[in-house]
Ligand binder design. Sequence first.
Ligand code: NAD
Length: 260
Amino acid sequence: MFKGKVAIVTGSTSGIGLGIAKELARLRADIVLNGFSDAGEIEAIRSGIEREHGVRVSYDGADMSKEDAVRGLIATTAAKYGRLDVLVNNAGIQFTAPVEEFPAAKWNAILAINLSAAFHGIAAAVPLMKKQGWGRIINIASAHGLVASTHKAAYVAAKHGLIGLTKVVGLETAGSGVTCNAVCPGWVRTPLVDKQIDDNAAQKGISKDDATRELLAEKQPSLQFVSPAQLGGTVAFLCSGAADQITGTAISVDGGWTAQ
Ligand code: NAD
């Protein structure tokens, strides 16, 4: 489906981003991986995807908290591959605290990585995609882009902002062959959520299994986690011809979280 196309997935050394990168590679896109981990693990991921799917896979360690690095990731990819077809803005971090105790440095970091990085990446990618007459921008937002929870001021603000950005870019690219959409996952079992489960278990003095059950029961009516592979499938759908007229919108993949 994507033979000859080039996709950047930010934050793809782990979790959801890795699931998306694998699915796009399975559909034959060349992939630019990004994110942090130790060099050996990154190389194992890179060469593993390349071997399994017979596509080109490269790694760029650009720090998504830095404007120049984000814009550099787009420019380097375009120079290396001669094109950019899909940009998945996925890198993200979390921190929880009541608003009056929320450290300003954590607020700044979450806004930079979860929101501003998408702006810089999109600003650099749109001219290339418009010139090509085709492009797909997919912002991994969250159920927290649509509704709030306590103790997540920065994350909820960033994800709501990301959906606003998605709408503006959808309008500005309408009719150009470029689309921009957001995907809003509910709970996905990744290191980002595992930390919240561990924190809750420790705080309440309950087992990790009980904390996991509580986490799902509180928000996600299906009582099941969304998988990174399912989100890869959602992104692939948004890149397909069936989605040519889907733009500027947010698609929930949340087991019913935001239907309540
Ligand atoms: P994760 O912690 O497993 O992966 C995060 C990725 O981002 C990693 O590859 C990490 O190295 C990378 N990253 C972090 N800071 C970076 C930086 N400064 N520069 C470059 N890369 C950086 O988390 P995940 O759960 O897979 O989250 C991925 C995205 O999905 C995030 O935007 C998150 O907000 C969103 N999301 C997650 C869930 C969930 O339940 N896990 C739900 C909704 C939305």
